[in-house]
Design a protein. Structure first.
Length: 453
């Protein structure tokens, strides 16, 4: 086998030498004819004999014939493109093992075949390119101007008609991967919907007393953010949510149900980058109820649409950051100049025990300062914690809310939540029914969930 490879290499070298000699001959004859005719050539034609260099290369190839494919030595050479290739020594892969170990990642398993394959690929590319540079007349084809492949024919027999037909065989050319026009995703959307419930049943003679009831809690949440990867100098965050909680109330003979949660809230933040993580920002918050609510067994209204309604807007600085993994986010904003407006659209329906209006004015305005802190932590794939603190003061009273939600996703459609809300408002008067400025609410629920990110 080795003798055959040497013979093939010698045949290739002989053909290359004959081609070079013929080229020299024709160049010399062309130059002699021009001189006989008395014409002066515009340029000097020089034929370079690279036979010694090619013989040296062929000897190296023959010496390494055990590690190279013999078919590539007899295929027509095709010029693809010129690349800067780092020169390599014509040595066996075993003698350059120390070099290849530094060039390729180390694999604990036997990686000798990888080293041989890498070395062989570099060897072939370097010498094909060297041939195209030093002896371009030996390169008959260019990749951009290849001729059409010869047609292939195949005979097909139609058994029913007893006819033999000869057709051109269709070449199966792999199709190029389709070009995907990736659209710039300027906005990032997120949607979350939950419907959770709890139920309790007991007989009328239960020794501890109590009432059977069913509680339903629906929550819709939507968030829209500006993609800061494409717009690193801008900050835009819009959040809209609606919570509705209804529970059965057997003690309420007029309605039989009670609304324990009714909140529509809109939060907007816009900022322009000042430093790496700080922004000049503008914040706005609006919240109200959508449904009417009454005291038990009476038609005395306690709340309705825009009764009350609250709008807060401020300008200041904002800070936003995330950890490297992206599962912890922290945002804070401080607005030294903040405007707060409270409204009671149906103030004439909000009456105290003496029949007087609780809020004679439909609008109240305050100017002060506000601040907001938001924290989000995706502990695991199924457990997440979110917390938000908002406070406003006109320097005569302080109003603040602290909301925390701990979510457990059982699967794609089932989840359970623990929600806690602490509120402080020293603008409300202390009465027998309201003996503290502090308020607290906690809800534990289980139910359906749908998320879209």
């Amino acid at each position: 086998m080795r003798i055959l490879k040497y013979a093939l290499s010698f045949t290739l070298l002989a053909a290359m030498a004959v081609t070079a000699s013929a080229q020299n001959y024709f160049n010399s004859r062309s130059l002699a004819n021009k001189l006989k005719k008395g014409t002066t050539p515009e340029c000097k034609i020089v034929a370079v004999d690279n036979s010694e260099s090619l013989l040296h290369t062929a000897d190296s190839i023959a010496a390494l014939s055990d590690n190279n494919r013999p078919d590539i030595m007899f295929l027509p050479v095709v010029f693809t493109s010129y690349k800067m290739i780092q020169p390599m020594a014509l040595e066996q892969p075993d003698t350059v093992a120390s070099l290849t170990k530094h060039e390729m990642p180390t694999i604990e398993i036997d990686n000798e075949w990888i080293e041989n394959l890498s070395w062989r690929n570099r060897f072939e590319n370097e010498h094909l390119q060297r041939l195209a540079v030093e002896s371009p007349w030996l390169v008959p084809y260019n990749l951009s101007m290849l001729p059409e492949p010869p047609k292939q024919y195949e005979a097909k027999l139609d058994v029913k008609k007893n006819i033999l037909t000869i057709e051109v065989r269709k070449l199966e050319v792999p199709e190029a991967a389709p070009e995907h026009n990736l659209k710039r995703k300027n906005w990032i959307h997120a949607f979350d919907a939950t419907l959770q419930f709890s139920q309790a049943y007991m007989t009328d003679n239960w020794y501890q007393g109590g009432e059977k009831n069913i509680n339903l809690l629906a929550h819709l949440w939507y968030n829209l953010k500006l993609n800061q990867t494409l717009h690193p100098r801008l900050l835009f965050d819009l959040t809209t949510q609606y919570k509705l909680g209804v529970n059965s109330a057997p003690a309420d003979e007029l309605r039989g149900y009670n609304i324990n949660e009714d909140l529509f809230q809109l939060n907007l933040q816009f900022g322009v980058k000042a430093t790496k993580k700080f922004y000049y920002s503008m914040n706005m918050q609006f919240k109200t109820q959508l449904l009417q609510n009454f005291q038990t067994n009476t038609w005395k209204m306690t709340a309705s649409l825009l009764t009350p309604g609250e709008l807060n807007a401020g300008i200041g600085m904002a800070y936003s950051t995330k950890n490297k993994r992206g599962n912890v986010a922290f945002d804070a904003s401080l607005s030294p100049l903040s405007y707060n407006m409270k409204m009671w659209r149906a103030n004439y329906k909000l009456l105290d025990d003496n029949g007087e209006m609780l809020h004679p004015d439909k609008l109240e305005h305050q100017v002060g300062s506000s601040g907001e802190v938001k924290f989000g932590w995706a502990m695991t794939r199924n457990i997440s914690l979110s917390s938000r603190i908002f406070a406003f003061s006109d320097y005569s009273y302080l109003q603040g809310d602290w909301e925390t939600t701990l979510s457990f996703s059982i699967n794609k459609f089932l989840s359970t939540q623990i929600y806690a809300h602490v509120r402080f408002d020293d603008s409300q008067k202390i009465t027998d029914s309201n003996n503290s400025h502090w308020q607290f609410k906690e809800v534990f629920s289980f139910g359906l969930q749908y998320k879209f990110r």
